[in-house]
Design a protein around this ligand. Structure first.
Ligand code: ATP
Ligand code: MG
Length: 278
């Protein structure tokens, strides 16, 4: 588990524009001082550097109110800056360094910038690294002045909610809720896909019927063509036979006519001979 080695503040709340270094030791560190000397401001500074967004939690109206407001002797600071040094020898943070240094600065317009081991980074990257060690600015890693009294005075349900959050149950519950929502979404998607499949299948059945009808039509059309051809061939044959028959009849008539002509010639010849011999 990483632990705080040092905290540096510059222009933060009552800590003026010069850099103030607060060393921490492994285990227990006590900070003592007169009322209003700035003990709780140190807790606020830790909350601030870990990415806290609630000004109220840091006992200020706006985040920019955390900037040293100045005194009669000293002018106000241009920005508030807090640097926290964690010992990371056990690699509790997923950072390949023995020391993890997080720095946050806030300007009068409320804009914040973050650094991790000297490199500019985003708040969400800082939160990711912190969450790997179960640290969160909204969590209960920091128990500030008055928190214990609040904890004792709250209702059992509220207390249960805090215990759930500390033990990670609420995170699990949130994950479960998210998973359930995703499951519901997936089920809805599945139902929609089912409907789509049903619709496509209906369309497919219709198309298959149309295809079968078309095939049957083509088959019948082919049969009709064949029948027409057969009929035509038969008709041609019949007509050829008729032509042949009539040709033969013509020849027969011609023959018969010739015979009649010959007979007539014979008769005429006979008559002529008869007449000549008389
Ligand atoms: P107590 O023992 O009463 O809890 P404390 O040691 O926790 O006191 P803090 O609450 O940390 O004291 O500090 C309060 C002091 O910080 C006040 O004097 C207040 O004026 C000063 N302070 C807060 N914000 C600023 C600011 N932006 N600029 C200058 N001083 C500030
Ligand atoms: Mg205090």
């Amino acid at each position: 588990m990483p632990y705080i080695e040092k905290l540096e503040m510059k222009g933060f709340k009552s800590y003026g524009s010069r850099k103030v270094v607060v060393p921490f030791s492994k285990g227990f560190t006590a900070i003592v001082g007169a009322n209003g000397s700035g003990k709780s401001n140190i807790g606020d500074a830790i909350l601030f550097v870990l990415g806290g967004l609630s000004a109220k939690a840091m006992r200020a109206t706006r985040i920019s109110d955390l900037i040293f407001a100045g005194t009669k002797k000293e002018p106000p600071a241009k920005y508030a800056e807090v640097t926290i040094y964690f010992n990371n020898e056990d690699r509790g943070f997923p950072v390949d360094a023995d020391e993890v240094v997080i720095k946050r600065r806030v300007y009068p317009d409320g804009r914040s910038t973050y650094w991790l081991n000297g490199k500019r980074t985003s708040r969400s990257d800082i939160l990711d690294i912190l969450s790997a060690a179960m640290i969160s600015p909204e969590g209960y890693n920091l128990v500030l002045q008055g928190d214990i009294t609040k904890f004792i005075k709250m209702s059992p349900v509220e207390r249960r909610m805090i215990i759930d959050e500390i033990s990670g149950i609420s995170e699990y519950d949130a994950k479960k809720k998210k998973a359930m929502e995703e499951l519901k979404q997936a089920e809805e998607n599945l139902a929609r896909v089912d409907l789509l499949i049903h619709e496509v299948k209906k369309q497919l059945d219709k198309l298959e019927k149309e295809r079968n009808d078309a095939l049957r039509y083509l088959d019948l059309k082919e049969k009709l063509e064949k029948a027409k051809v057969t009929l035509l061939v038969g008709e041609i044959k019949r007509l050829e036979k008729l032509i042949k028959e009539s040709e033969e009849r013509d020849k027969q008539i011609e023959r018969e006519a010739k015979e009649v002509e010959n007979k007539l010639k014979e008769i005429v010849k006979g008559i002529i001979e008869k007449v000549l011999h008389q």
